[in-house]
Design a protein around this ligand. Sequence first.
Ligand code: 5GP
Ligand code: ZN
Length: 105
Amino acid sequence: MDHCIFCQIINRKQPAKIVHEDELAVAIEDIHPQAPVHLLVMPRKHLPSLTEAEASDEPLLGHLFAVSAQLARERQLTTKGYRTVVNNGPWAGQTVSHLHVHVLG
Ligand code: 5GP
Ligand code: ZN
């Protein structure tokens, strides 16, 4: 998706602080952090939101949460706790139409 800011970041056409990359997912630091740690874990594949995910995307959805937990462990968030948040659609406050998990700690 040419006009998608997260696709541009994934394809290195826009800068971002990338904190994790693998064949399925990329994680970045949020540009406007709402907590001391605020990461965004996103699929390389452009999925506008959870709503568009299909049955074949189930392993990918699981992977996004596995990466979220891995990043939380790396940043020592697991003892005190952290939030994983997915906003879907405008009334939920979704502003970037490329599925992403917020990791807030
Ligand atoms: P949403 O509101 O869609 O759930 O979350 C979008 C998040 O993406 C927001 O927290 C916002 O600060 C972040 N964001 C938007 N544009 C950029 C960008 O260009 N770079 C980075 N690193 N984060 C962004
Ligand atoms: Zn995208």
